[in-house]
Design a binder for this molecule. Sequence first.
Ligand SMILES: [Zn+2]
Length: 111
Amino acid sequence: MALKMIRRPPRTLASRIRPPVKLTDPFYQSAGWRALAADIKRQRRYRCEACGSDFSRRADKLIADHIVERSAGGAEFDPLNIQCLCIACHNRKTAKARKARKARTAGTAGG
Ligand SMILES: [Zn+2]
């Protein structure tokens, strides 16, 4: 895969200090989502599905994450579209997704 220089928009710094989406998006505060997220974490035994770390003693550090992002049309309440990720793995995934989005909007056909 060819690496591509990514032009950084001028608001990079602002977007870095912006609070995570989950704090601002009312969807993540909804009772329906919170109940489903708690259920899924329990069912999957509080493990990060990317690195396998055990979060049974600190479930609040585990994130129920949409595999296909809601903004990309991913199902909001489908357990098959939800994975448990620790914060580190979630950040990695988010960074990757952001890069992929930029590559797409730059007109790259990468995959
Ligand atoms: Zn992890």
